[in-house]
Design a protein around this ligand. Sequence first.
Ligand SMILES: [Zn+2]
Ligand SMILES: [Zn+2]
Ligand SMILES: [Zn+2]
Ligand SMILES: [Zn+2]
Ligand SMILES: [Zn+2]
Length: 275
Amino acid sequence: MSKNSKPTNSKSLVSKAYENQIIVKNADGEYAPVGYTKREIKPADKAELVSVARAMNDDFAPRVRKLFNAEAEAAEKAIRTGLYVGYRCPEFTWDCIRVNKHHKCFCGHLLDDHEKFDGKKFMLPCHQCKCKGYAFIPSRPEDVGEFWFARRRDFDVTKYRVKCRCKHPHDSHDAIMMNCKEKACGCRMFNSNFLCAACDQHWEKHETFFETQKERKENKLPYGESYRPFNEMQELKQVLYDDEDNLMPIDAPDRSIGKKLNFKNSDTSLKGEQE
Ligand SMILES: [Zn+2]
Ligand SMILES: [Zn+2]
Ligand SMILES: [Zn+2]
Ligand SMILES: [Zn+2]
Ligand SMILES: [Zn+2]
């Protein structure tokens, strides 16, 4: 579809969608995330934006699930156990990432490789290396806003590492002193060359917080159901969860697609007009 073929009103909606980072595909086939920024979206606009995003992406639902599945799993576990692991800037009242046991630490090992959070200890040393405390580090290009990466045919997420300004990956740096261990690199402290997709801030501004439900409640941070991704955006929540609040499999069919918009028909009529 060429850019010019979109009707004006949907064009402005799409740019609005971009502003609010709802997932839409642009001319280069890139995707922008949805719900990654916490900028206010008027409730009335939300449903419209979701519809537009869906109209533009036939694989909208699986993409949203793929993006948010690990976080949704983390949320379910936190709600169940009352123990929350969140990655955010200290002044925030929401988490940039709900940390899952499979999420990576700066040391290169998973949260699961570190001592278990029991609600009392907040420095969780690594069982695999000398790292003294788990610190979340993004391990997917989507988490640092590099959406085009994952679409490359030869892309291997297991080999992907976010990098320092010295151009070396995080796990080339000492787990404690954070200086770079690569030969002839004078880097004395890891400095991220990427920004968080949720808040546009550098990794160094963030911390990984280990909190109990009681602490989150006291600090006015989301807990319980409100910790679920898209809890305030029903239309999007429906993409991740079924009516009983069970997580849906990534490849489950989209429950509401086509209900409000008949994409196939409008596509054909658009094509006719274009030619
Ligand atoms: Zn480690
Ligand atoms: Zn570690
Ligand atoms: Zn470095
Ligand atoms: Zn280096
Ligand atoms: Zn952030």
